[in-house]
Ligand binder design. Structure first.
Ligand code: ADP
Ligand code: MG
Length: 552
């Protein structure tokens, strides 16, 4: 195996046991694998898409409709399969929505490239054509997009609804409730820069607890801390809370090494204990002097200190995560206190209410009704763990979608309408450039149509008929016609309010194209030894070609 031949002499260039696949074989295998992977997630596309149940080797079950989650949970081994997973992950990270679309388009681009390779069109020609087409598609998206004001709440809610709507499990009838919460959350944490809004999605914390129904999901103008108030003698509900955030311990520092204190008289013991007591008491006094009635401490709080705090009527929570401390600061306006000696009332933040509540049997501290909070919490409820998790994924998609549209300020109609329009425009562009690249641009256009095609199939419509009638509508200038999956026929997406951010669409197309180009450029797959061998028959096997993990 793995030999190179020059002047008739065989030389060994790879270690024994390595395997290698070159030229068309390598391309065929990679394409087949990537396509198989993309096909596996494609059927989840849109509101009528099916869900997948993924069972891990530990028996854990995930039920989802989310492209990125499915691909991640598949734990693919084959490098070409992994590249498709990367597309979805990148999409998830960049824009938060459109992961299935990105994977589906990538699969289709590769399948069509395979056909072109069979017609003896060189991979580099295809890559060039794809790159040109992807650039053009981005341009066209701008021309067909509509502008949206970042403060136009009804439009933002519609975009959130479309994003949420494709995950039916759990979201169901709560779609409009959740969409409103998502938009409110974003608008609350957004920094107003006059004409634009700056959004840091990290400032929207998601907490979830099973129980109740999805309709009980709420937006907290503040933070939920998954801890309890430390002492039973402390108040459990504080109105007009003055919040202190401290990152040092309310404990006496114990020496590192074993130290012995010799006590010979009872008075000495009392004096010693009194001294400890005094230190803790003065710590509590310093906090009380700031006017605080709620204390969040990043470190521990000694029992005695708890007792003193309770006596002062201060509610305290200990061992709060650093990330939560930072969010509490943004929500309440409090400043982190590192040295109690320097603590003043200027360090204190405000919350309308701080209360400990038992949710599904567990205590949680709600810091809510903050004034103009720059950090908020989406508190997700639902009938079961699976529902809560899927609602969380849906909300994350919607948060990504809405912040994307605010960032770029443009949307297009969905339901495959934008893809049909882009495909038609790309076909016209292909005719302009001519030559072999024309074929690649045409193949790209066809690949985009996987979106309306899949949506039609999911709604039980005939895919080919649907594409034909949609193209006809678009040629008549009806650019917003797409697949109305609920009605089971084609319709005007602008009318039924199926709209999506331009940014999500563009990212899906560009990253799909980049992945396809990367896979097409590979003509040599070398798998190092010591890993399982390639299975006989190679091409077509999904995940079977373990052992090439070193390639990525
Ligand atoms: P992705 O992971 O790519 O976001 P989704 O399952 O969320 O996949 O499906 C998104 C697709 O579904 C988009 O093309 C969008 O336009 C389409 N879609 C969403 N809602 C509707 C609807 N009510 N009618 C038709 N198409 C819809
Ligand atoms: Mg989506």
């Amino acid at each position: 195996m793995a030999t190179a031949n020059m002047n008739g002499q065989q030389v060994l260039i790879l270690p024994e046991g390595s395997s290698r696949m070159i030229g068309r074989d390598a391309q065929r295998t990679n394409i087949a694998v990537a396509y198989a992977v993309a096909s596996a997630v494609r059927t989840t596309l849109g509101p009528k898409g099916m869900d997948k149940m993924l069972v891990s080797d530990m028996g854990d079950i995930v039920i989802t409709n989310d492209g990125a989650t499915i691909l991640e949970e598949m734990h693919l081994e084959h490098p070409a399969g992994k590249l498709v997973v990367e597309v979805a992950k990148a999409q998830d990270k960049e824009v938060g929505d459109g992961t299935t679309t990105a994977a589906a388009i990538a699969g289709e681009l590769l399948k069509n490239a395979g056909d072109l390779l069979d017609q003896n069109i060189h991979a580099s020609t295809i890559v060039k054509g794809y790159r040109a087409a992807s650039g053009k598609a981005s341009e066209y998206l701008k021309t067909i997009g509509e502008k949206v004001d970042p403060k136009d709440k009804p439009t933002l809610v519609k975009i959130a609804e479309v994003s949420l709507g494709s995950k039916s499990a759990g979201v169901g009838t709560s779609k409009s409730h959740l969409a409103n919460l998502v938009v409110d959350a974003i608008l609350m944490v957004a920094d107003d820069k006059g004409t634009s809004l700056d959004i840091d999605i990290e400032q929207i914390k998601i907490e979830k607890k099973e129980g109740g129904s999805t309709d009980d999901t709420s937006l907290i103008r503040g933070i939920i801390v998954d801890k309890e108030i430390v002492h039973t003698g402390m108040p459990k509900e504080i109105k007009n809370a003055k919040v202190a955030l401290v990152d040092t311990a309310f404990e006496i520092e114990k020496p590192e090494t074993d130290t012995k204190i010799e006590i010979t008289a009872p008075e000495q013991l009392t004096a010693f204990l009194r001294q400890e007591e005094d230190i803790l008491k003065s710590m509590v006094d310093k906090i009380a002097a700031t006017g605080a009635n709620v204390l969040f401490c990043q470190k521990g709080i000694d029992d005695l200190a708890q007792h003193f705090l309770a006596k002062k009527g201060i509610a305290a929570v200990r061992r709060v995560k650093k990330s939560d401390m930072e969010k509490l600061a943004r929500a309440t306006g409090a400043k982190l206190i590192s040295s109690l000696d320097d603590a003043t009332k200027d360090d204190i933040g405000f919350a309308g209410v701080v209360e400990e509540k038992k949710i599904a049997g567990e205590a949680m501290v709600f810091v809510k009704e903050c004034k103009n909070p720059k950090s908020v919490t989406l508190f997700i409820r639902g009938g079961s763990e699976h529902v809560v998790n899927e609602v969380e994924r849906a909300c994350k998609d919607a948060l990504g979608s809405v912040s994307s549209v605010i960032e770029e300020g443009m949307y297009v109609t969905g339901g495959g309408s934008a893809e049909i329009e882009l495909a038609e425009k790309l076909r016209a562009y292909a005719r302009e450039i001519g030559g072999r690249e024309q074929l690649a641009v045409d193949a790209f256009a066809k690949a985009l149509e996987v979106v309306p095609k899949t949506l039609a199939e999911s709604a039980g419509m005939d895919a080919i008929d649907t594409l034909v009638s949609l193209r006809a509508k678009h040629n008549e200038g009806l650019k917003t016609f797409g697949v109305d999956v609920h009605a089971g026929k084609i319709g005007d997406m602008a009318k039924i309010g199926v709209i999506e951010p331009v940014k999500v669409k563009r990212q899906a197309i560009v990253s799909a194209s980049e992945a396809a180009e990367m896979i097409l450029r590979i003509d040599d797959v070398i798998a190092s030894r010591g890993r399982p061998q390639m299975p006989p028959g190679g091409p077509g096997g999904m995940g079977g070609m373990g052992g090439m993990g070193d390639m990525d």
